[in-house]
Design a protein around this ligand. Sequence first.
Ligand SMILES: Cc1ncc(COP(=O)(O)O)c(C=O)c1O
Length: 329
Amino acid sequence: MINTDFPKFDLGFLPTPLVELKNLSKYLSGPHIFMKRDDMTGLAFGGNKTRKLEYLLGEALFGGYDTLITGGAEQSNHCRQTAAAAAFAGLECHLVLSGNPPDDFNGNLLLNRLCKAQIHWAGDFRKGETIPSVAEDLRSKGKKPYTIPYGGSNVTGALGFVEAAEELSIQMSEKKLRFDRIVFASSSGGTHAGLMVGAEIYGLDSEITGIAIDKEGLEEGTFGKMILDLTNETALKLDISKVFTNNDIILKNGYTGNGYGVAGKLEKEAISLLASLEGVFLDPVYTGRAMGGLIDMIRKKEITEKERVLFWHTGGTPALFSYAFELMK
Ligand SMILES: Cc1ncc(COP(=O)(O)O)c(C=O)c1O
């Protein structure tokens, strides 16, 4: 445990399994590929947000807040897991989602509804930009809302992934494994920042390789800068003396295809391969894209068969159902 002083609310079924994907390695004539199954973190069909929410809810409950607010895309996994965490903790939950009320409540939207989260439709805003006005309105009604940023990616949320690095380091020593690289979907930066700091603390000695999911922010380099800042802020919170620099951030930005949430050939092949070879489901937005990127790097020999690679499955599978029509095309 890194620092027991931070309030934490247990939500996850941890540790998640660490498994080898032998059939995929064989199919690609590639490196040894392992998977950290954070699609099995347990909260509302699992996903990476469970780990962040343990610290975010810890802070909210410690501070006496009675309501959670967060935001994201219509099929946001982060919002679905927040809705479930709120239900479990007995808090009210407000979700600011992009778009307009649909005719069909499917995938994550259905799960939000079942958890009785209140949805505020935000039109073109996808990253919870209108959260402050919802929070203000709730305060004027006597509520005490706790705002969770887009993706749960602030220092508090990132602590969950520092701890995840510790969890992995224990599994690695139990199984006598070492990974040259850890590959995962990177979108709001909290997973990336937490793993960077955790890798430093627990001596993982692996290249932490994020696959950028969203085109937004990449052109101006602002996403990389955001990850770097969050990494350093998280390190500072934990009294780690290392100052991370731009060179420490590995972000592959060549796999954003036709943009956020658009499942193309790359994602569809990855989803189909993992299901048919390993019986593992990926999602069309995040893990399908990240695995597609990993497969491409293996095919291009950017990752050689000598390496040992860990793919961190960050969840998202409930969104599969809302993409049924496209995936069957
Ligand atoms: C399934 C899934 N994987 C990966 C990510 C990206 O994680 P992060 O926001 O910490 O970069 C998300 C973010 O919502 C997600 O839902």
